[in-house]
Write a protein that binds this ligand. Structure first.
Ligand SMILES: Cc1cc2nc3c(=O)[nH]c(=O)nc-3n(C[C@H](O)[C@H](O)[C@H](O)COP(=O)(O)OP(=O)(O)OC[C@H]3O[C@@H](n4cnc5c(N)ncnc54)[C@H](O)[C@@H]3O)c2cc1C
Length: 231
C-alpha cells in the first residue's frame, strides 16, 4: 500500500467543535474526489488503548495542488487532542488513497448527495472538483446539521452554489426544522428517476437515510454509501 510522509501545514476551525487539517503533499500523491486516507500521527503527545491512526475522507479537491485537507469533529479522543496540538511541520504517515466513492461518470444522470454534519467531507471534495472542472452533472446536496454554527464548510458550499449553475444546496437545520424526512428529500431532489443517491456519515445516519429512500421506492442499485465507522 502506498504511504507518504507529509508535514502538517495548517489547521483551523471550520465549525463549532470541528477542525480542518492541511498537509503539504509531494507531486507523486494523487487522488480522486471522494477518496479517503489513513492518518498515522508520529510522536503523539496523548495516547490511549485505541489505534494510533484514523481514516479520514479527503475534503480538499484534486485541483488543490500540493495539499491534502481532512476535517474532523474534535471528540476529545487522545488521537484528536494530539492532532490539535502537534507543532505545525510535524510529519505524519499518510496511507492511501483508498475507496471508490466518486461521482458517477454519466453526465445525464443526476446526483443527490446526503450528508449530516461531518459526513460532508468527501462530498465537499466532489462538489469543489465538479465546480472547478465545470462538470455538467446536476448535483443536489441535502445537508443536515443542528444549526449553522455547527455546519462545516457551509460558506464554501454557498459560494459554489452561486458559482455553479448545476449545483443546488438544500440545507436543513434540525434544531429549528426537524430531521430530514422523505418529504424533504423528495422536494429537494425533484424528479427521483435517473438519479444516483450518495449518503455519508456515521452508520446510524446512513442507515436512517437509506430507509427514507426505500420509503420513496428508490432501488438499492441507485444508492451509494460511505460509512464513518468509529463514531
Ligand atoms: C472511510 C472512512 C472515512 C472517514 N472519514 C472521516 C472524516 O472525514 N472525518 C471524521 O471526523 N471521521 C471520519 N471517519 C471516522 C474516523 O476514522 C474516526 O473513527 C472518527 O473520527 C472517531 O474517532 P475518535 O478518535 O473521535 O473516536 P474514538 O472513539 O477515540 O476512536 C475511534 C477508534 O476506535 C475504534 N472504533 C470504535 N468504534 C468502532 C467501530 N464501531 N468500528 C470500527 N472501529 C471502531 C477504531 O479504532 C477507531 O479508529 C471515517 C471513517 C471511515 C471508515
Amino acid at each position: 500500500m502506498p504511504d507518504y510522509d507529509f508535514p502538517l501545514k495548517d489547521r483551523f476551525e471550520v465549525a463549532e467543535g470541528t477542525m480542518a487539517f492541511v498537509f503539504e503533499t509531494s507531486s507523486d500523491f494523487t487522488f480522486r474526489a471522494g477518496q479517503y486516507v489513513e492518518v498515522f500521527l508520529k510522536n503523539a503527545p496523548y495516547k490511549d488503548e485505541k489505534k494510533d491512526h484514523r481514516d479520514f475522507s479527503i475534503t480538499s479537491s484534486p485541483q488543490d495542488k500540493g495539499i491534502l485537507m481532512v476535517a474532523t469533529r474534535m471528540t476529545g479522543s487522545a488521537f484528536k487532542r494530539s492532532f490539535a496540538e502537534v507543532p505545525i511541520g510535524t510529519i505524519s504517515k499518510i496511507e492511501g488513497p483508498f475507496g471508490d466513492f466518486g461521482l458517477h461518470e454519466n453526465p445525464n444522470r443526476k446526483a443527490v448527495l446526503i450528508a449530516g454534519g461531518i459526513g460532508i467531507t468527501p462530498l465537499r471534495s466532489i462538489i469543489k472538483d465538479a465546480t472547478e472542472r465545470k462538470l455538467p452533472h446536476k448535483i443536489t446536496l441535502i445537508y443536515s446539521n443542528r444549526n449553522k454554527e455547527g455546519a462545516p464548510f457551509l460558506k464554501d458550499l454557498e459560494g459554489w452554489e452561486r458559482e455553479n449553475p448545476n449545483f443546488k444546496l438544500c440545507p436543513r437545520m434540525t434544531d429549528k426544522e426537524g430531521h430530514v424526512d422523505a418529504d424533504f428529500i423528495k422536494k429537494s431532489s425533484g424528479d427521483l428517476a435517473n438519479t444516483t443517491f450518495y449518503m455519508v456519515g456515521p452508520l446510524g445516519m446512513v442507515a436512517a437515510m437509506a430507509k427514507l429512500l426505500e420509503e420513496l421506492k428508490i432501488s438499492r442499485d441507485d444508492m451509494r454509501f460511505e460509512e464513518f465507522s468509529g463514531y
